[in-house]
Design a protein around this ligand. Structure first.
Ligand code: MN
Ligand code: MN
Length: 275
């Protein structure tokens, strides 16, 4: 097992190092970078994740997520995306267990999906964390990985990831929450019955016009893209086929997205399906 991850004790130091520009060639990272990782929960904590084993909060410098011990995957991951996170770092491909999990829990290994027919699908994409090797490597922790059908992972899911980065290339700042719902088919489980395969994968993307606006940037006309894609083979290649309202995802998951935003604004933007 490699240990390139930042331990809690070293976050402060790394924050300092990152603040002076490590791996951030020419980009202005300072205003947006918080070493605590709290920035990734700016739009709220949709399941009120904390210390419960089925809703266990892990905050890293690169993203936040709710882990579910009983499924041995995350319930969701949440992250900020703007130009400061993007660079030229190659995929590290170092799939490995996350040492932040309680030691008594099943530790999903990089090989656990082997031979299952499912991809090791990223919640936070590798391509969203390319400013430096440490950030990219953090996306290969198995707590950020879900069993995803190849057709889903490599077509509509990937295309939405690329579309999100194209918005960032236009200067936008995104807050993205991606997660799983349901149980696939007949309770399909991998890795000696440890890992639950989800029935669908969903995503909520809040699109802000420019970096640094914070929650005040979320208004009734703010674009929010939400999708819910079946974790099946033979899915439609076009992610747009799977657009839904945030309200419908809230009904599916039982979560409250955008919980920090006023209920008046939530009522408008959560009912709208991205046109
Ligand atoms: Mn993927
Ligand atoms: Mn909501």
């Amino acid at each position: 097992m490699t240990n390139k991850d930042w331990g809690w004790g070293s976050i402060g130091l790394w924050g300092l190092v990152a603040s002076v520009g490590l791996g951030c060639g020419g980009c202005d990272r300072l205003p947006f970078f918080t070493p605590s990782g709290q920035v990734h929960l700016l739009m709220g904590n949709p399941s009120e994740a904390g210390t419960a084993p089925d809703n266990y909060l892990i905050i890293q410098p690169q993203y936040a997520l709710s882990y579910n011990r009983d499924r041995a995957t995350a319930n969701w991951a949440s992250w900020q995306l703007n130009q400061s996170w993007l660079g030229s770092t190659q995929r590290q491909d170092d799939f490995r267990p996350n040492t932040r999990l309680p030691i008594a829990w099943y530790q999903v290994d990089g090989d656990d999906y082997r031979g299952s027919g499912y991809d090791r699908g990223h919640l936070v994409p590798s391509g969203d964390r390319t400013a430096n090797q440490t950030d990219n490597s953090a996306t290969f922790l198995m707590t950020n990985i879900i069993p995803q059908t190849p057709d889903n992972n490599r077509e509509p899911w990937r295309e939405l990831e690329e579309y999100c980065r194209s918005l960032v290339d236009q200067g936008k700042e995104l807050y993205i929450i991606a997660g799983i719902a349901g149980v696939h088919g007949e309770q399909v489980k991998l890795a000696d019955n440890q890992v639950t395969v989800p029935a669908s994968v969903w995503k909520v993307v809040i699109v802000l016009d420019q970096p640094g606006l914070g929650i005040d940037g979320v208004m009734a006309n703010t674009r929010v893209i939400a999708v819910n894609m079946p974790n099946d083979e033979q899915v439609d290649d076009d992610w747009r086929s799977y657009r839904v309202s945030v309200d419908s995802l809230e009904a599916t998951t039982g979560y409250d997205f955008l919980s920090v935003i006023s209920t008046d604004i939530q009522a408008v933007i959560e009912a709208r399906i991205d046109p």
